[in-house]
Design a protein around this ligand. Structure first.
Ligand SMILES: Nc1ncnc2c1ncn2[C@@H]1O[C@H](COP(=O)(O)OP(=O)(O)OP(=O)(O)O)[C@@H](O)[C@H]1O
Ligand SMILES: Nc1ncnc2c1ncn2[C@@H]1O[C@H](COP(=O)(O)OP(=O)(O)OP(=O)(O)O)[C@@H](O)[C@H]1O
Ligand SMILES: [Mg+2]
Ligand SMILES: [Mg+2]
Lengths: 257, 257
């Protein structure tokens, strides 16, 4: 049964899409069967697979019951890394979905009907910078969640809001087993002299919340990779980004043992 | 009558809050009467005025009709810079508001009832990284909108989605006069050798969309200022951030002449 991980944080621009892409690619690189799902109307993850951001073959339509998984599934050549694309259409679909029966459990229902968890080792879901219906669907269908954070004041303060939202999902019996896999401290170089960032990174580690040992350092290859619709591993194997995401992937795999 | 400006972009982390705070402070510094409104549940703008992010005295409650402007108005000592705070409560308020009559025009109605546009020269509204009901309310009540963008692939691709959303607001006669005041190219240093960023900044300028002449350079003082709940002018008058935002404020003032 696949481990299902929502990558979420309502703070914008913290590295949700970058983490989903590169954790997914890193897991596939070591032989895992991986499915990525783009639940963000911006469709940035889907752009990294050269998908049209206006495609009507998207996960939103599956949640509405208009399409099946096989209609929208995108496979990559090299590894067992598949994608269920997002679309800008999601903005309107999300509004429609809110009024439907079982609106919060549509993705979970799709997983069950299509036996998706039997077909993969890991399913990763990229969430929008909002705590709306698509993020709810992702979390209700997940076994774990990962919260990327940049060591900045607003980002640090925002963690509480994310956890509160998730507690509500658990309290309302939408998902009893949802567990924080870890906070990723992103764009942080331990040896850089920036006291503010170091202070916030320390606060996060001392908060008692599960936090990955691996920090993801600021690395321009990560930006280049996204622009070139590649994973960091395809962009530059020797980069800090590739090393950090490899180490993070190892942490994730070792958790499951 | 105040110029009302929504600062919006569904792409996260591009500098919406930083721009709202520092344009607002810059306008107040040269003697304008300025009102800032925090329409984001994250309440990052309100944190810059040391407001409690869980306050129940927030603009969301005014939109629901439960409070009046005078119940929530925050004034600063030095200049004529006022704030209508946000709150994390906005997440739940937004869900409730969606079902109410005139849900999209509540802020506009409040402006009229409280004659807010007569009391200020500029009203700036910080929007969340989402195109939901609060962003709609902000845009329906605005004369102009500003879109901060960082010169990165995802950010550039996202501009189309924001403009599409705004066209829908205009098409459905929610606001006939809404005008793009300008795109702000944020975190961009003209002389830095980064070809990717330069290439995207050029594309934005060649797109034909109104774009401010002033680029906002990457500047760590801007991050420090937000952490210290200060404007860039109070943090460090001589910083690149202060110079860039002063120059941007001059462009905005000259537009009105
Ligand atoms: N470690 C890093 N080093 C350098 N740049 C990074 C790093 N991680 C992410 N980025 C860049 O930061 C920007 C924001 O990242 P990304 O788009 O993944 O964030 P996000 O949380 O998905 O944003 P949104 O909230 O809009 O969905 C992107 O341009 C990305 O390339
Ligand atoms: N020109 C700049 N130079 C350096 N840092 C900047 C600059 N502009 C913004 N920042 C920093 O980038 C981060 C994101 O900015 P900000 O929070 O204002 O973006 P936002 O668009 O409001 O984010 P959200 O989408 O979450 O609302 C903050 O830590 C801020 O301090
Ligand atoms: Mg993203
Ligand atoms: Mg903001």
């Amino acid at each position: 049964m696949a481990t299902v991980i929502s990558v979420c944080n309502n703070k914008g621009g913290v590295g949700k899409t970058t983490a989903t892409l590169n954790i997914g690619a890193g897991l596939a690189k070591v032989g895992k069967k991986v499915l990525l799902i783009d639940c963000d109307a911006q469709s940035n993850l889907s752009m990294c697979f050269r998908q049209d951001e206006d495609t009507s073959y998207n996960i939103g339509r599956v949640l509405l019951g208009e399409l099946a998984i096989k209609d929208i599934l995108v496979k990559t050549e090299k590894y067992h890394l598949h994608l269920l694309p997002g679309s800008r259409e999601h903005r309107k679909i999300e509004k429609r979905l809110v009024g439907e029966t079982g609106a919060e459990r549509r993705l979970l229902k799709t997983f069950k009907k299509e036996k998706l968890r039997e077909k993969y080792d890991y399913i990763l879901i990229d969430c929008p910078p909002a705590l709306g219906n698509f993020t709810t669907n992702a979390l209700v269908a997940s076994t774990h969640y990962i919260v990327p954070v940049t060591p900045e004041y607003f980002g640090y303060k925002g963690i509480k809001g994310v956890l509160e939202f998730i507690n509500e999902i658990i309290e309302h019996d939408l998902n009893d087993d949802l567990e924080l896999m870890g906070i990723i401290i992103n764009q942080f170089n331990e040896n850089v002299r920036n006291k503010v960032r170091k202070g916030i990174a320390d606060k996060i580690r001392q908060s008692g919340l599960a936090t990955f040992k691996t920090n993801i350092r600021q690395n321009s290859d990560l930006v280049k990779a996204a622009t070139n619709a590649k994973s960091i591993f395809a962009q530059n194997e020797d980069s800090n980004g590739a090393k950090d995401y490899s180490s993070l992937v190892n942490e994730i795999i070792n958790l499951r043992q």
